[in-house]
Design a protein around this ligand. Structure first.
Ligand SMILES: C[S@@+](CC[C@H](N)C(=O)[O-])C[C@H]1O[C@@H](n2cnc3c(N)ncnc32)[C@H](O)[C@@H]1O
Length: 279
């Protein structure tokens, strides 16, 4: 893989797009990651998916939910778009395109360009989420356009290995040190929406979860995290944030992930806050 371009100044994404990170994102589908949006879609709609990553949600939306419409995925860096374009081509999906762009400045799109503007786990990685929401609203049709948001709210697991408590603390502190807001779906997301001036009478909110509990799910989730916690980006982020003393500490965290993955009866839950707003 070519060296990743530096992210735009507005991105405070605490990781990069290494294979293990991409694998975490490539598991995602419209039904497991955008269930709050699906009932509002019509086959001929146009969708903008901001911060689309490797695009599996984007392609699923295009193929299965708006087959007579189209989906545009944008990303602040080009690297994940290689995988996104390959995925679309491998699925034979033609009504999707991927572009480099920054959610804080969607100048390439005119006002009112899309029926739906969607972001999944993106606002937590942006330096100014309220400005991002204003831009998302600007490019949505008005009236009647939809802004669809989903951000992680909390993570919990069993058994409660101390090594995984340490992982969560490091993960959150690194994100905050970079200027991000880990797990804003619990509360902040709705504050941001209000600050961006959305009409409370024209929005719904809900929660949605991922739960990894079968042997196969545990093996996959622990496997990607065993790789991610000792990846160069994660180690560098933890050292720069001053939240670990060296890679050895993260190797201990990796062992906790291994132990959890093998634990019969173990489970891991990611809870999300979801908001749908109409213009
Ligand atoms: C956690 S990933 C989510 C990817 C995808 N939405 C998904 O759920 O599979 C967050 C993505 O947001 C992108 N991102 C961060 N800041 C951004 C910005 N200012 N504009 C556009 N994309 C951004 C990152 O590069 C990263 O790919």
């Amino acid at each position: 893989m070519a060296a990743e371009q530096p992210p735009s100044s507005s991105s405070v994404y605490a990781t990069n797009h290494t294979p293990a990170v991409l694998r975490t994102h490539q598991w995602r589908t419209a039904s497991n990651s955008a269930p709050h949006l699906l009932p509002h879609l019509r086959p001929n709609m146009t969708i903008l998916d901001v911060g689309c990553g490797p695009g599996t949600i984007t392609v699923d939306l295009a193929r299965n939910y708006v087959p007579d419409g189209s989906v545009t995925g944008i990303e602040c860096v080009s690297d994940p778009l290689i995988a996104a374009r390959e995925h679309a081509a491998s699925q034979g999906v033609k009504n999707v395109e991927f572009l480099v762009g920054d959610v804080l400045d969607l100048h390439r799109f005119k006002d009112g360009s899309f029926d739906v503007v969607h972001a999944h786990q993106v606002l937590q990685h942006v330096s100014d989420p309220v400005q991002a929401l204003r831009e998302m609203r600007r490019v949505a049709k008005s009236p009647g356009g939809i802004i669809s948001l989903r951000e992680s709210a909390s993570m919990t697991w069993h058994p409660r290995f101390p090594g995984l408590d340490k992982w969560y603390s490091i993960y959150q502190r690194v994100a905050k040190a970079r200027g991000g807001n880990p797990d804003p779906g619990s509360h902040l997301l709705r504050v941001w929406v209000q600050e961006a001036g959305f009409d409370r009478s024209k929005m719904t909110s809900s929660t949605g979860t991922w739960c990894f509990r079968t042997e196969e799910e545990r093996a996959w989730w622990s496997g990607v995290w065993m790789e991610r916690v000792v990846s160069e980006a994660f180690v560098r982020g933890a050292l720069e944030a001053g939240v670990c003393k060296g890679k050895e500490e993260l190797e201990e965290v990796r062992e906790a992930w291994r132990e959890w993955g093998m634990c019969e009866g173990g489970w891991f839950v990611v809870e999300h806050g979801e908001v749908v707003c109409w213009t």
